[in-house]
Design a protein around this ligand. Structure first.
Ligand code: NAP
Length: 266
């Protein structure tokens, strides 16, 4: 089956492409570097020819609500409308656990992305219905502290204080592929990792594993969002959802372990 992966060159998107290929499917990558701009819609119709299902893991790097809303609104609408034109039977979106509770600027964009899908604001089919959909909310990836560190290079590492139950991006991708190959689920049960962590502590362990020396400065994000992050607003609600099996330390050993061994002189 041809499955479009919006953001298929990104972190989780790359794994989605690998998992689809391994399962014998044909991923079609939608990204600017592949000639498709989801914000303007350029190149989209040509790329969507013959596509039966879509996984949306597109993203932008911003903390501003207005920028995030503008991106997810246009990308989501273009993708759903293009999907409806070729008769897509399942549209799967990756979102984030705790959007309402934490309310960061970027999260306003993710809420808008969900809303367009859930309320059927785009992607109306010839029969009048919206493209059938699934929204998967996942917790932060094990890769998240890497993304935080690399956002601001330099001797100082400013890290938000936050409780999280991180999951490997590869496991998120595996779950997205299982979902897209199955029937539409609406709001799917939240996906999280095996254990609760503090982002500051994860970042410390990551720096050690990389053999990097940076002064780590934990900060509470301002306002209600900051309080919610400290108090666990990003943790999954209930214990019923699926759980990844790889712990952060196992992920570190697999991906960043060499640096750690060098630090210990092994
Ligand atoms: N990071 C986390 O811990 C976490 C946790 C839960 C959920 N999520 C969600 O997971 C999703 C994927 O995140 P990620 O970190 O894997 O993303 P990422 O690595 O930043 O990749 C973003 C992707 O979007 C594409 N893209 C950006 N602008 C585009 C445009 N205008 N048109 C077409 N493609 C565009 C990029 O390709 P080009 O640059 O080539 O266009 C790239 O393939 C996000 O929606 C995020 O909210 C993240």
């Amino acid at each position: 089956m041809r499955v479009a992966v919006a953001g298929g060159t990104g972190l989780v998107g790359g794994y989605v492409v690998q998992e689809l290929t391994a399962a014998g499917h044909e991923p079609v990558v939608l990204a600017r570097s592949r000639g498709v701009d989801l914000v303007t819609g350029a190149g989209l119709d040509a790329a969507m020819a013959g596509v039966e299902a879509v996984v949306d893991v597109s993203n932008l790097d911003t903390t501003r609500a207005r920028t995030a809303i503008a991106f997810f609104e246009s990308a989501g609408r273009h993708l759903l409308d293009a999907g409806a034109r070729v008769g897509v039977r399942h549209h799967v979106v990756l979102s984030i656990v705790g959007l309402e509770r934490v309310g960061l600027g970027y999260y306003q964009g993710k809420l808008r992305q969900e809303e367009i899908v859930v309320k059927g604001e785009a992607g109306g089919t010839a029969e009048g219905g919206a493209v059938p959909w699934t929204v998967l909310r996942a917790t932060q990836f094990h890769e998240f502290p890497l993304q935080v560190l690399d956002q601001v290079p330099g001797p100082l590492a400013v890290v938000p204080r936050m409780r999280t139950q991180p999951v490997a991006a590869r496991e998120v991708a595996r779950h997205l592929v299982e979902l897209v190959l199955g029937p539409p689920r609406g709001m799917a049960p939240e996906l999280a990792g095996p254990q609760v962590e503090e982002l500051v502590d994860m970042t410390r362990r990551l720096l050690r594993a990389r053999g990097q020396r940076r002064l780590l400065l934990p900060v509470k994000m301002p306002g209600r969002a900051g309080t919610a992050m400290v108090e666990g607003g990003n943790l999954p609600t209930g214990s019923a959802g699926p759980r990844g099996s790889q712990t952060f330390d196992e992920w570190l050993a697999e991906h960043v372990g060499q640096g750690e061994r060098e630090v210990r002189g092994e």
